[in-house]
Every structure is written in structure tokens, then in C-alpha cells.
Design a protein around this ligand. Structure first.
Ligand code: GLV
Ligand code: MN
Ligand code: MN
Length: 416
């Protein structure tokens, strides 16, 4: 009976409604290159949120917010039990696509609509969340909304974070309150029963394996550091090479040393990126006086991450440069019972699935501390994401939403 409802809900997922909803949301912040630029809590994000709120109301949901402007769209259950949650984020990278985050929220909406159309009532409420500022591009760190939901004490540390124009998170949150003055605030409730985040893979593994769904067993650990190297500004034409203190020469040497140690420690699973460089004075004919560069190091093994931290400190001490930890998160193992629900959904739909560890971090990384959680992936064409070219085959998008509906209904009907 319950199993029937899960399959029936998945069969009511409407392909064109889901695909249209993705195109419609992508209009908010659309670029000429087909991508989307929608910074968290910006005017375009607020317009997109208004669109979601209006749609949720027409679906019969209650809509609430919280101190970090997360949005919660709840379909009532038959019993006063903790809800099952799903969702993701609708902020994007500056050169983002239409799917990263948005797909998980809109597939959640599609499940709400499918349940309505199928006339299915669930024991537990079903709540779709849109978490604030997952990308961390406007305000750092990323996954602010989901982390503050799980640990509200973090919010006071987040308030002073400034965007590139000097606007604080606190001010951006006040703008959100002004935009939605009548939105009810979600009271602190008992932990949710479970959370499932559906997301595009953002990497090539599913496509390479030609498998349409990924059952995500966890998320690899991450380290973000800033390394600052000092030199002395001097004339590029007159200063002999042996008499220079060039911060860039030093930074490039240290970068190579750190890359080598990351590969040596982490082997094939190593992911090391030096994506952001700040050069002072950044002038063509002046030797650099200061270079700061970022490190993004990821690995699934906590022992490797710990060894990297120690060796990085040795390296920076040896070279008399400083390093600052910007963001540290251990690997996350999802809950076996929720992983099993995701695997069961793939099986019930007759679709092959791959057990996979997420290379990217997601809101589910924090939700996993709040309640039993897991994720479901669909393939990314060419493994490309954080890029306007980000794409997933329509069939895969629909299949992901069907599998999501299946697991949500089964979780919603679980006994207390
Ligand atoms: C999130 O987008 C990440 O950097 O993994
Ligand atoms: Mn995302
Ligand atoms: Mn992203």
C-alpha cells in the first residue's frame, strides 16, 4: 500500500512541468551565454524567491523563513510528526548554469505537485527548503543557510561577512525581511525525520559509467586556506635578479611544493586547486610586494586531510610565509537507512545506479548533522558545472525527480 503510493507519486512527476520550471527560474539573473548569475539575497535572488513563494502557495503549501532567510515550503502530513525535508539552493555562481542547486529545489516542487495530482496524503509533512547562500560567492563561507539552520549560533559570526560592495550579510538579510514582511518565521522544531538532496553530479563519473542515477554515500572533506607571501616592491627594469625579493617567485615555488605534497599524500583521489590570486601592487613593471593565493584541497580520507594540514604548516613555517584556514570540513558519511531508501527508489524504478562519493560540498553536508540524510545525483553532461554550459539530459532530470518522489513518499510514511 505504502510502496504503491511511492511508485504512484513517481509516475505523477510531469516531465514538461519540471523542465518548464527549470527554464522559468533561470530567467531570474539570465545571462546572454545561457547561464545564470544570481548572487544570494541580491535583487534577482529576491525576485526568484518571490516566484517560488507564489508557486508554493498555489500548491497549497505553507511558506516560512528563518533568521538566515532560508525558505521552507511545507505540504501538510496527516500526523503531527517531524517532516521529511528535501531541497537545495537557488543562488548561483557568477558564471553559473541553470541546474546547480535549482534542480534540487524545483524537483522538490515537482514532487509536491505530483503528490497533489495523485491525491496522496502522507503521514509526515513534506518540506522543500531553499537554503540561503550555498555557493559562498557573495558572502563567505558557503552553505551559510544550511549550516546556520543546523547550528544557529553560527549566524552571529556570519552577520559581519561583507560582499564585494561592502554590504554585510546582516544588511542583506534585513533587505530580505523588507521584501517579505508577512512571511512567517519557522519556529525551532524537533529535528526533521530525514533530508534528501537531489543534485546534478557536477563531475563526470555517472556519464563515464553510462549510469543515470548516483546514490551518494557521503561527501569528501575539504580544506580552504589563504597563503600570504611577502616581498619588496622594486623597479622591474633596474633591479638585478639576484637583488630581488619577489613575492610572486616565492608564491609560485611554494604553490609547486604544496601541489607535490598534496599528490604525494592523496594519490589519485587528490583534488587541489589554487583558484584565487591577489597580487600587490599588481603592476606590470613593479616586482610584487605581496601575493596571496587560495588553496582548495579535498580528499575522502580524514587521515590524508590531517596530514595535509600538518605538512602545510611545516611548509609555510620553513618558507616564512603565513597561512590562514578559511574553511575546514571533515568527510561526511550519509545515513545508511536513507541511502537505502535512495537505492530502493532506483531499484523500484528499474534504473541502474552507482554508489558515489560527492566531490562537491552541498547543503546536505550540514543537514547530515541535523537528521539522517543522503543525496541523489543525476549525470552532468561532460562533467561540467559552475559554467553556463552546465547541462543534464532531460530524461535524466525527470528520472531523478521520479526517484526523489519515490524515496520522499516512503520516508514520509515511516513510523515514528
Ligand atoms: C561547492 O560548490 C563546492 O565548492 O563544492
Ligand atoms: Mn549546488
Ligand atoms: Mn555550486
Amino acid at each position: 500500500m505504502m510502496q504503491d503510493d511511492a511508485l504512484r507519486a513517481s509516475s505523477y512527476v510531469d516531465a514538461s512541468r519540471l523542465l518548464d520550471s527549470i527554464e522559468t527560474l533561470a530567467h531570474f539573473g539570465a545571462g546572454e551565454d545561457g547561464g545564470v548569475d544570481r548572487p544570494a539575497l541580491s535583487p534577482t535572488d529576491i525576485h526568484a524567491r518571490r516566484h517560488l513563494i507564489e508557486r508554493a502557495i498555489t500548491l497549497g503549501c505553507t511558506v516560512r523563513t528563518d533568521a538566515c532567510a532560508n525558505l521552507f515550503f511545507r505540504r501538510a502530513g496527516l500526523e503531527a510528526l517531524p517532516p521529511v525535508m528535501t531541497g537545495s539552493h537557488v543562488d548561483t555562481q557568477p558564471t553559473g548554469g541553470k541546474l546547480d542547486g535549482c534542480y534540487g529545489v524545483l524537483a522538490g516542487f515537482e514532487c509536491l505537485a505530483a503528490l497533489n495530482d495523485a491525491g496522496i496524503q502522507t503521514r509526515r509533512p513534506l518540506e522543500v527548503a531553499a537554503w540561503t547562500n550555498e555557493e559562498g560567492t557573495r558572502f563567505q563561507p558557503g552553505a551559510m543557510g544550511s549550516s546556520a539552520f543546523v547550528d544557529p549560533g553560527l549566524l552571529e559570526h556570519y552577520y559581519p561577512a561583507k560582499d564585494g560592495d561592502g554590504i554585510t550579510l546582516a544588511a542583506a538579510l534585513a533587505t530580505h525581511c523588507e521584501a517579505f514582511p508577512t512571511l512567517e518565521t519557522r519556529a525551532v522544531e524537533k529535528a526533521a525525520h530525514a533530508f534528501i538532496e537531489l543534485h546534478i553530479e557536477q563531475g563526470p563519473l555517472l556519464e563515464l559509467a553510462n549510469i543515470p542515477l548516483g546514490v551518494v554515500k557521503g561527501i569528501q572533506g575539504v580544506r580552504w586556506y589563504a597563503v600570504r607571501c611577502k616581498g619588496v616592491a622594486a623597479h622591474a627594469g633596474t633591479t638585478p635578479m639576484h637583488a630581488r625579493h619577489d613575492a610572486m617567485t616565492l608564491a609560485v615555488r611554494i604553490r609547486a611544493e604544496i601541489a607535490a605534497l598534496a599528490h604525494q599524500l592523496g594519490g589519485d583521489d587528490t583534488r587541489i586547486t589554487f583558484g584565487r590570486w591577489t597580487v600587490l601592487p599588481n603592476s606590470i613593471n613593479t616586482i610584487a610586494s605581496e601575493v596571496t593565493f587560495s588553496i582548495d584541497f579535498r580528499h575522502p580520507d580524514p587521515a590524508v586531510l590531517g596530514a595535509f594540514d600538518r605538512k602545510l604548516l611545516d611548509c609555510t613555517a620553513r618558507n616564512a610565509v603565513t597561512s590562514e584556514a578559511l574553511f575546514i570540513h571533515p568527510p561526511v558519511d550519509f545515513a545508511p537507512a536513507v541511502i537505502q531508501r535512495v537505492a530502493d527508489a532506483c531499484h523500484a524504478l528499474g534504473v541502474p545506479s552507482l554508489s558515489i562519493t560527492s566531490g562537491a560540498f552541498h547543503d546536505a553536508m550540514y543537514l547530515a548533522k541535523h537528521c539522517p540524510s543522503a543525496m541523489l545525483f543525476v549525470p552532468s553532461r561532460g562533467g561540467i558545472s559552475h559554467n553556463p554550459l552546465e547541462a543534464t539530459d532531460d530524461d535524466h532530470l525527470v528520472l531523478g525527480a521520479r526517484a526523489l518522489a519515490h524515496c520522499l513518499v516512503n520516508l514520509c510514511n515511516e513510523a515514528p
